[in-house]
Design a protein around this ligand. Structure first.
Ligand code: GRF
Length: 235
């Protein structure tokens, strides 16, 4: 159902925010966002992927509006982004959530989306931009590792950080174990940011994953023009 305004009514529910999710892989953060969006009555305007992946298959099977904008079908990054622009124009999301989307977006694309794009990255930025973050943290003997949610810019993992959560690296951690421990936190933190954007306020009570967790509450919040993000540590 094409909707042009940011307030829509579907199935008797009022939706006050629409989001798009971009993925490239298994989509576990997408799943966490979908569950949170359903509870909060945030509308999923589009789920798109830049290559065939299990996350997109699952989303399509569940009946979401999906699009495969396969990068191999395009001659250039510019052409690929133009195709992505077209489906996003139709979907008209208020915010775009990157959830394991494995491609850098150009400054022009980000500007066309009014800078309303956020990403989840598995490190305590600015440490460990890029890939293999868990192994690099272990190799460095880092005391803490974590996850950052940040505004997207054309630089890799470089935009303003919205919120971070960390955990203590354990002696027994392998990259796989650490990734798994961190993923449990990612699945809480990304939905929390969704709620924050939706309501302008969120309270986090951090007990569910039972790990020794450290919240980094940022007082220097990013310049987000349509919502105040307020993440409150309660545990
Ligand atoms: C997550 O670790 C996320 O932080 C990073 O890529 C991974 C995606 O996992 N950007 P999934 O596809 O959400 O399961």
């Amino acid at each position: 159902m094409p909707l042009s305004s940011s307030t829509a009514k579907l199935s008797g529910h009022s939706y006050s925010m629409r989001i798009a999710i971009l993925i490239s892989g298994r989509g576990s953060n997408m799943d966490a966002l979908l569950t949170a969006a359903e509870k909060a009555h945030v509308e999923i305007a589009l789920i798109a992927a830049n290559k065939p992946c299990s996350g997109l298959e699952r989303a399509a099977a569940a009946g979401y509006n999906t699009a495969l904008i396969n990068h191999i079908d395009y001659d250039s990054k510019q052409a690929h982004e133009a195709a992505l622009d077209a489906v996003l124009l139709q979907a008209a999301p208020d915010w775009i959530f990157l959830a394991g989307y494995m491609a850098l977006l150009s400054a022009a694309f980000i500007a066309r989306q009014n800078h309303k794009i956020i990403n989840i990255h598995p490190s305590l930025l600015p440490a460990y931009k890029g890939l293999n973050t868990h192994q690099r943290a272990i190799d460095d003997g880092a005391e803490f590792h974590g996850v950052s949610i940040h505004l997207v810019t054309a630089g890799m993992d470089e935009g303003d950080v919205i919120v971070q959560a960390g955990l203590k690296v354990r002696r027994a951690d392998t990259a796989e174990i650490l990734a798994e421990r961190l993923l449990a936190i990612e699945h809480l933190l990304y939905p929390a940011v969704l709620h924050a954007l939706h309501s302008g306020h969120v309270t986090l009570s951090f007990t569910p994953v039972g790990v020794d967790c450290l919240w980094h509450d940022l007082s220097d919040l990013p310049r987000i023009d349509q919502a105040d993000i307020c993440l409150i540590k309660t545990a």
